[in-house]
Design a protein around this ligand. Structure first.
Ligand code: FMN
Length: 218
């Protein structure tokens, strides 16, 4: 059994998305103590910004004409797709940055998506259990002043659930900047409740995903 975990926080020491992903991972490990957890930390090891274009353009020329960079980009895409296809369950921890999707995650996704197993025609990930943890410094819920400004969560759901066909659960924790940004002090009760809710969901979804792959706990 194996879990693939991807983290995209650029501030790992204080990361809310990591803490929530830890809860999901703990449930997996409790149910499958002998399983492997494969990690990819995109902040520690970012995907080169040139890799995607190199992998795409590699397919426009014959194998013998490819540059070293194109070959390396294709090999990296293969590694990413291997990690996803081999795992029994997937876990993604991705913060909102600058009102959009983390550039680290987008660069990783674009490159992985060039692999034929999981490209627009690929079906290798269909039905695979997965959890997405997403954290937002503010709150973009319906009725809030910045409703509609979170351009990350919708895209993440679209590509993971609809494009790759993962059996996806989403843990969302808004207001992580409450307690950090004094302008948000008025929302401390709401933020505490949202944190608790997200932590509860992380545990429940972690258990659910682990149970879907059978329990090896004694
Ligand atoms: C450079 C940077 C840009 C950010 N941009 C936004 C933003 O546009 N909207 C928002 O709600 N939060 C924003 N945040 C706050 C993060 O979403 C929040 O701190 C989140 O908890 C980060 O994830 P982490 O705790 O896992 O590191 C930003 C944080 C950083 C460091």
């Amino acid at each position: 059994m194996s879990l693939f975990r991807l983290d995209a926080s650029i501030l790992p020491a204080s990361s809310a998305s990591r803490s929530l992903a830890d809860l999901v991972e703990q449930e997996w490990v409790a149910a499958h103590p002998d399983s492997t957890v494969t990690r990819r930390d995109l902040a520690v090891e970012p995907v080169p910004a040139t890799a995607w274009a190199d992998a795409v353009t590699a397919n426009f020329v014959g194998e013998g004409e490819r540059t070293d960079r194109q070959r390396e980009a294709q090999a990296l895409a293969t590694t990413f797709a291997d990690e996803l296809t081999v795992a029994d369950a997937l876990l993604f921890a991705v913060p909102l940055y600058n009102y959009g999707v983390s550039q680290h995650f987008k660069t990783w996704f674009d490159l992985a998506y060039t692999d034929p197993r999981i490209d627009p025609q690929g079906t290798a990930l269909r039905g695979k259990p997965a959890t997405l943890v997403t954290v937002l410094g503010g709150n973009y819920a319906p009725g809030t002043p910045k409703e509609g400004w979170d351009h990350s969560t919708g895209w993440l759901r679209r590509v993971l659930e609809d494009v790759w066909g993962l059996d996806l659960r989403v843990v969302e924790r808004p207001f992580t900047l409450v307690g950090v940004n004094p302008a948000l002090d008025a929302f401390s009760d709401a933020a505490a409740a949202l944190k608790l809710k997200a932590e509860g969901e992380a545990v429940i979804y972690g258990r659910e995903v682990a149970a879907m792959r059978g329990s090896s706990a004694v």
